[in-house]
Design a binder for this molecule. Structure first.
Ligand code: TXA
Ligand code: MG
Length: 307
């Protein structure tokens, strides 16, 4: 397994591996994903095995051109068109009614499919070169932290890959927003890279709230998820030199100063947790950000990491 620079040759090599049914780690603007041909059920099954992911946890399918939707979704409602126009390529995943030919492995047996057009140029190049949509969950073992750089992808996972395409640091830094477009008003299943406010502004309607019976439809909503090995403890202020994420001046080498802006914080969060976790502390303390609705996705991940 090799980490390859993002050249045309590397992308061609990775695309060829995907066409042979192998798995490739690809950069996206949110986090790195493990990608396979979405129309190859064996390859998709190998993603579940490699991640230790439960078979009832569906995957996001990544496209590079809007016409690829034809083979994936049964219909593309007007509201979804509006969001695609506004936010694609970008960190928004839309849940749509699935087309019949999509392997049930991808959607975990659901009659819906999650689709997104990523903004990272290397991801777009890879999808185009492979000539197929790519099923790609985040490139981490189940419940662990998503990688935002090649060095965050652990050895166990690497062992199952043809290569890792190095696209540098993922700038958004946490996963895409997942929104269910099969209901009205649409429902955010996982807050992420596109804010609730921006989606509401684009659609001109308030988004729905999650009814409890829907919670299990998006396993990103399981209590413990997105977690480092260490126990994450959310606090108002870290009192001494304990390892953690702080807003003020760090009290030692085990503390990382985080930005006050929510976008910059999101971008830095997983890398900071990965770096602290490497020292194998028992606990990582995180100073709770206090702020408005723009912190929704960050607070969601911190709550899940500390559950
Ligand atoms: O930013 C991202 O979304 C990254 C990059 C690689 O694109 N991918 C990612 O994939 O986070 P994953 O597998 O870690 O999370 C996919 C989320 C899960 O919460 C899953 O339950 C939800 O999308 N999902 C997928 N298909 C769904 C469906 N048909 N209905 C509801 N939720 C779905
Ligand atoms: Mg994930």
């Amino acid at each position: 397994m090799r980490v390859l620079p993002p050249t045309d040759t590397s992308v061609a090599f990775a695309a060829e591996a995907i066409r042979r049914g192998e798995l490739v780690a690809m950069p996206t603007e949110t986090v790195y994903g493990v990608a396979a041909n979405a129309f190859d059920p064996d390859a998709v099954r190998r993603i579940y095995a490699l991640k230790g992911r439960p078979a009832d946890n569906p995957m996001i399918v990544h496209i590079a051109r809007i016409d690829e939707l034809d083979g994936l979704a049964r219909e593309f409602p007007e509201a979804a068109r509006v969001l695609a126009e506004r936010f694609w390529p970008g960190p928004l995943t839309m849940v749509l009614h699935k087309a019949p030919n999509v392997p049930s492995e991808v959607t975990a047996g659901l009659d819906t499919i999650a689709v997104r057009m990523p903004r990272h140029p290397v991801a777009l190049q890879l999808i185009l070169a492979a000539g197929v949509p790519l099923a790609a969950p985040s490139a981490n073992r189940f419940t662990r932290l998503s990688p935002t750089g090649p060095e965050h992808i652990d050895d166990e996972l690497r062992a199952g890959l043809a290569c890792v395409l190095d696209g540098g640091r993922s700038p958004v830094g946490l996963e895409s927003t997942v929104i269910d477009m099969t209901v009205w008003p649409p429902l955010i299943l996982r807050p992420g890279g596109v804010s609730r406010g921006d989606i509401q502004a684009a659609l001109g309607v308030p988004l729905g709230q999650i009814p409890s019976e829907k919670l299990r439809r998006s396993p990103g909503m399981y209590p413990r998820h997105y977690a480092p090995r260490a126990r994450v403890v959310l606090v108002d202020r870290i009192e001494n030199g304990y390892p953690g994420l702080v807003f003020g001046t760090p009290a030692g080498p085990q503390q990382i100063r985080m930005p006050n802006d929510s976008t910059a914080y999101a971008s830095a969060l997983y890398d900071a947790l990965h770096r602290l976790d490497r020292e194998r502390p028992l606990e990582i303390y995180v100073e709770r950000p206090v702020g408005g609705p723009e912190w929704e996705a960050v607070l969601d991940r911190l709550q899940k990491a500390s559950a």
